[in-house]
Design a protein around this ligand. Structure first.
Ligand code: KG4
Ligand code: ZN
Length: 354
């Protein structure tokens, strides 16, 4: 019955100018619900953050995250509908992230989306979280269209992706161990700063000397555009242990600045060199670490030097949000693609994988 209703709705949409997509995002520690019109016009974007809760533990506790999503999901949905000043009759399709992420967390948004899609009889669109991060750029840069090269940097991923079309992604490099966001989070914790580490490290670095400590750059035997951050993370931890065992004072600001500088240099040099070699003139960045100011400034300068244009998402669309999910869903639905209500969460989904 649902299938026929969704098909009829899709046929109706083919003659409708404006498509309002309701989206859910619960892959990690943000409960977010948004409504986006025609992929790029954000009507409402509500994010209920669990940072204060996870900060106590120094990182995300998966079991706690799932429980909090369950507590928050209905009120976040109501807030998104109220902010948009819409009724459910205005919703043309419903979407949710289905992976990658924490399975217990993903299931909350996914099931909420399926329930709403079923009750409204509208198409349900399942979205890859990393493709959603890339799509955040379409919201912030209305003129951006594929093809372009995207550096995707989050708490769980670090990859250089060729975005060949709205639905085709080719990964041309990725981390062989830790994600860069993970390194920011771990070092922040070791320095006694808060969670998530990125903003704390960035702030501490403002008062520090980026050249004070020389941390090593990774030497990799794999692909030219691959990354490794576990060596850098260990080098910082060893520096902290050795300095304190000698009874010397640790300058937190210098450590933060030197670590951030080394990590950002690595990301920028490989992205520029990949863009040069693959012939891309348009570069974008995506994911939580794309909020990093040093990364944005350095990549912007380097891109300009090489005659390339850099696109960056607004800060609110760098970290997890449901608007980017709605945007990705719009382009999937435009191609006539949507999903069955049997779709399950896939915690290990890769970018470009179906
Ligand atoms: O995309 P995101 O919100 O969640 C995941 O999909 O992982 O990314 C979270 C990551 C965390 O590791 C956090 O420390 C990092 O993004 N982050 C930053 C900044 N803001 C968030 N890293 C560096 N600088 C920032 N300003
Ligand atoms: Zn994310």
């Amino acid at each position: 019955m649902y299938k026929q209703l969704a098909e009829a709705k899709y046929n109706e949409l083919l003659n409708k100018k404006d498509w309002n997509i309701l989206a859910f995002e619960t892959s990690c520690d943000d409960t977010s619900v948004s409504i986006v019109r025609n992929g790029r016009e954000v009507i409402s974007n509500v994010i209920s953050s669990q940072i204060a809760i996870h900060n106590e533990f120094g990182g995300v506790v998966p079991e706690v995250a799932s429980r909090k999503h369950i507590e928050n999901i209905n009120s976040t949905l109501e807030a998104a509908m109220a902010e948009a000043n819409m009724t459910y009759a205005d919703i043309d399709a419903v979407s949710s992230t289905y992976g990658p992420g924490l399975v217990g967390a993903l299931l909350v948004g996914l099931n909420a989306a399926k329930a709403v899609a079923m009750s409204l009889g509208v198409p349900f669109v399942a979205i890859n979280h990393m493709e959603a991060h890339v799509s955040a750029n379409y919201i912030s840069s209305k003129e951006l269209e594929p093809p372009f090269l995207c550096l995707v940097v989050s708490g769980g991923h670090t990859e250089i992706v060729a975005v060949e079309s709205y639905s085709e992604y080719k990964r041309i490099g990725c981390t062989q161990d830790d994600a860069v966001g993970e390194a920011f989070d771990k070092i922040s914790r070791e320095l006694g700063l808060g969670y998530p580490g990125g903003p704390y490290i960035q702030n501490a670095a403002l008062e520090g000397d980026k050249l004070a400590i020389k941390f090593p750059h990774a030497k990799l035997k794999t692909g030219e555009y691959d990354f490794s951050f576990s060596g850098l993370k260990t080098a910082v931890l060893n520096y902290l242990n050795n300095t304190s065992s000698r009874g010397e004072k640790i300058n937190i600001n210098d450590v933060a600045a030197s670590f951030q500088y080394t990590a950002v240099s690595e990301l920028v040099s490989k992205t520029i060199s990949a863009a040069k070699n693959y012939g891309y003139k348009k570069i974008a960045i995506a994911g939580g670490v794309a909020a990093n100011k040093l990364l944005r400034e350095t990549l912007s300068l380097e891109a300009k030097k090489h005659g390339m244009k850099l696109y960056v998402p607004e800060f609110v669309f760098c970290t997890d949000n449901a608007s980017m999910v709605a945007c990705a869903a719009y382009y999937k639905l435009k191609k006539g693609l949507w999903d069955s209500l049997e779709t399950n969460a896939d915690p290990n989904l890769d970018i470009g994988e179906i």
